[in-house]
Design a protein around this ligand. Structure first.
Ligand code: SAH
Length: 408
């Protein structure tokens, strides 16, 4: 251990490390002994000099170290160590994959004990994101291990997430191993087909975290279609039409998709065709959902089911108030657009907005809309995006199924 640089914490700052939280903030550090390279393995000590943990050093980030082991007797930086961590993460996803699901997140960073590493599988294509100094410094090792353990047709890198900037790292996108993936990688999810643009699509190409919520929508609309006239669907922040395809599979009679990007809506059309819905009644509106929802209301439109799945509004704690106003506004508009007895599936993927606050925002929206509504379900990120109990920040996606009362 003596060959490693040491991070010495301020007095009393060891508490979170002892609770196995994986982040060391720059403000908690008294000094760094030695000259660790960016991403190097370092040892974290308490102010009193006790060993606390091993971490990856990130000199440019407020999160100065990300912890990988709390065991003084191991050196957590051998290929065997990392192979074990990756194998454990992959093994946890085996129950998710099936003949009808061949896309899922295989490694979810901190929550899988590998800070800064995201690995998503899309059929034969595996997309990797090296998001921190620690994973960047080990890119060759991780690339070799993923290639060895997963033997994909293509191993593609999408290290272009915003967090790389905070780590002082430039974006990097491109093929790491294997053959160039096709422009659209076809996957199957709950028996439905989607084309994924792994080069330019959002995140690594698809919102895998919404898989179970898309299925929930399908089940809910199927239930509605069994007990009454087939519902219609407003899918705001539609991206490539995930919820639209599931809605149609569940039996909705028509869909209105709203997104600012014409390109993602065009890809959504291809996804409709992949599932035999090319002749379904689907209207695509390119525009800002904040304005489009108002326009739809002015036009007197109403819907039985509405999905609101906006991008992240709050990036830090400082954005929370403004973000809360944004969430309240779109949810108020959506509640106005909902027919009595209709269902709103509403989401926030902002980690800084707690589930509690999100529920309060919905309460405010319903009050201002003058609409009586109740929660009939709570939604969260898919189980391939687990949340380590030591790392509550890993829980970012929250959603509610809100039913508008039949009266009022
Ligand atoms: N529900 C989708 C994912 C939605 S991602 C799925 O399951 O796959 C959020 C989408 O909102 C992106 O496609 C983005 O282009 C779009 N978007 C961002 N800001 C917007 C705005 N102000 N109005 C409409 N769409 C917006």
């Amino acid at each position: 251990m003596k060959n490693y640089a040491r991070i010495i914490l301020k007095p009393k700052r060891e508490a979170s490390v002892l609770r196995r939280h994986p982040w060391i903030f720059s403000g908690g550090i008294v000094r760094v002994e030695g000259k660790p390279e960016t991403g190097a393995l370092v040892v974290v000590h308490s102010a009193g000099g006790e060993f606390l943990a091993w971490g990856h050093y990130s000199p440019h980030s407020q999160i100065r170290a990300r912890l990988v082991s709390w065991d003084a007797d191991e050196t957590p930086d051998t290929p065997t160590f990392w192979r074990g961590r990756i194998q454990r993460a992959i093994a946890g996803r085996v129950p998710i994959l099936s003949p009808t699901i061949n896309a899922c997140r295989l490694v979810h960073a901190e929550s899988d004990g590998i800070p800064g590493l995201i690995v998503d599988r899309y059929a034969g294509t595996v997309v990797v994101q090296y998001l921190t100094a620690g994973t960047e410094a080990r890119r060759e090792l991780f690339t070799d291990l993923l290639w060895e353990l997963l033997s994909p047709r293509s191993l593609y890198e999408r290290s272009d997430a915003d967090v790389r900037q905070k780590e002082g790292l430039a974006s990097r996108v491109g093929l790491l191993r294997g053959v160039e993936p096709p422009g659209s990688v076809e996957i199957i999810e709950n028996g439905l087909y989607f084309g994924i643009d792994v080069r330019q699509g959002h995140k690594s190409g698809f919102y895998l975290d919404q898989r179970e919520n898309r299925q929930r929508l399908r089940d809910l609309v199927a239930g509605m279609a069994c007990t009454g006239p087939s519902p219609d669907l407003l899918n705001a922040f539609a991206y490539t039409g995930g919820f639209a395809v599931y809605g149609l599979a569940g039996g909705v009679v028509s869909v209105v998709n709203v997104d600012t990007s014409a390109d993602v809506l065009r890809q959504g059309r291809e996804n409709l065709a992949r599932n035999g819905f090319e002749t379904a009644s689907v209207e695509d509106i390119v525009g800002d959902a904040f304005a489009v929802l108002r326009d739809l209301r002015q036009a007197g439109r109403q819907f039985d089911v509405i999905v609101l799945d906006p991008p992240k509004f709050a990036f830090t704690q400082r954005d929370v108030q403004k973000a809360a106003r944004g969430y309240k506004d779109i949810n108020m508009q959506a509640l106005h657009l909902l027919r009595p007895g209709g269902l709103l599936l509403t989401f926030s993927c902002s980690g800084a907005i707690s589930a509690d606050l999100f529920q309060k925002i919905l309460f405010g929206a319903a009050l201002d809309a003058g609409v009586e509504a109740r929660i009939i379900g709570t939604l969260t990120q898919g189980r391939d995006h687990p949340v380590a109990l030591t790392f509550p920040e890993g829980a970012y996606l929250k959603g509610l199924v809100v039913e508008r009362a039949y009266h009022g």
